[in-house]
Design a protein around this ligand. Structure first.
Ligand code: NAD
Length: 366
């Protein structure tokens, strides 16, 4: 398995491979860049088919976190960790505690948060052995309601703010009444996004592989149920993918009727060239790592002990960032994902130069 010559290796600062035979822990931590601060990113648990798959994922995701935090103007670096295993079968307290001990050994260069396959509870178990876990503090959330550290409510709010910015850019008004929106994935983020949109007067179409999640949106929000095949291809104004990545691809893009894509799911583009393909088809794409930054913003402020108002004010800047991306895309003819990468690099360099650090090279996030 190559590391330094791996296609996803991008001058990562540090890679750690952890093995704890007693608990079955096999994990990799990738720290991409710490120029702006400690590397913060999720700890994902997934039954990777091979070590190579796990390495590829952690290299790619950790670099993406450097870009996400730089674009959101946060004093954080980019990192991510993966635990190789099926969370439903292999996740034990002992394994999570072993992970916590290993994280402690990194001395705070990397701070873990929840991700797919891990929960706030799991992070708290790791936290028995390390202070380098985040997104676990009970406090007053950005909306004045009690929060247990779960970033989903703030991610949903940030996505709503970003969606409004996209609508304003494309349709000239951010009045959402009567706007037609199709949401794929009615989970922690999708349902809350649906609620914001409903409150703003939008008409909703929803689909989720779990029928009860979809039914909840139908019953509580008056949404219309759609099918797996149709949800992203309906004749609506906006599609909001909030389930999984790679849904913007060769087969979906030519058939998308909506003028706007604005959803929270990570890695929406199947391949980097789908960024340009969306633009060619006249679809305004809100880059995923710009619109879904609410969670990382919230976790950043949790660590600083900031007020709910500070969190909300920072999350509101997601709309300004997207408007800048859309305007630059119009001016240059470049697709929005490419502009978002360039803007992240600019913000990264401006900050690191201002701090007297040697601005390191960053290659465009793919
Ligand atoms: P979640 O697991 O709570 O919700 C995902 C929902 O999608 C579930 O209801 C699931 O049943 C549904 N789903 C899965 N496959 C589907 C499919 N093929 N078609 C339709 N529905 C499907 O996850 P979440 O926390 O709501 O996150 C949603 C997305 O947003 C993920 O891609 C996640 O990585 C991304 N994201 C989340 C956060 C956060 O704070 N939670 C932050 C940034 C990005």
């Amino acid at each position: 398995m190559n590391v330094f010559s791996h296609p996803e290796f991008d001058n990562h600062e540090h890679l750690s491979f952890f093995c704890d035979p007693e608990t079955g822990l096999k994990a990799i931590v990738a720290i991409h860049n710490t120029s702006r601060g400690p590397a913060l990113g999720g700890c994902r648990m997934f039954p990777y088919a091979s070590d190579e798959d796990a390495l590829r994922d952690v290299l790619r995701l950790s670099r993406g976190m450097t870009y996400k935090s730089a674009l959101a103007n946060l004093d954080l670096g980019g990192g991510k960790s993966v635990i190789i295993g099926d969370p439903r079968q292999h996740k034990t307290e002992a394994l999570l505690e072993a992970m916590g001990r290993h994280l402690e050994g990194l001395g705070g260069q990397y701070i873990a948060a929840e991700d797919s396959g891990t929960s706030v509870t799991d992070l708290k178990v790791m936290g028995r052995h390390t202070g380098h876990v985040a997104g676990i503090a009970s406090r007053t959330g950005f909306d004045g309601k009690p929060s247990n550290g779960d970033p989903s409510p703030v991610t949903a709010y940030g996505t709503f703010i970003g969606l409004k910015a996209a609508v304003k850019h494309r349709l000239g008004s951010d009045d959402l009444s009567g706007l037609k929106v199709a949401i794929q994935g009615i989970g922690n983020v999708g349902f809350r996004l649906a609620k914001h949109l409903k409150d703003a007067g939008a008409d909703l179409w929803v689909y989720d592989i779990h029928a009860d999640n979809m039914q909840r949106a139908v019953d509580e929000l008056g949404a219309r149920p759609a099918s797996a095949e149709d949800i992203l291809l309906l004749p609506v104004d906006v599609i909001a993918p909030c389930a999984m990545g790679a849904v913007l691809n060769d087969s979906s893009i030519p058939n998308i009727q909506a003028g706007i894509v604005a959803g929270a799911a990570n890695n929406l583009l199947d391949r980097p060239e789908h960024d340009a393909m969306l633009k060619q088809h006249g679809i305004l794409y809100a880059p995923d790592f710009a619109i879904n930054a609410g969670g990382i913003i919230d976790v950043f402020y949790e660590r600083k002990g900031a007020s709910p108002e500070q969190v909300r004010a920072h999350v509101d800047t997601i709309g300004d960032t997207l408007t800048e991306i859309f305007n630059r895309s119009d001016q240059t003819g470049l697709p929005t994902g490419e502009i978002a990468n360039k803007l992240a690099e600019e913000r990264f360099r401006k900050h690191t130069a201002g701090a007297g650090l040697a601005p390191q090279r960053l290659a465009c996030a793919g």
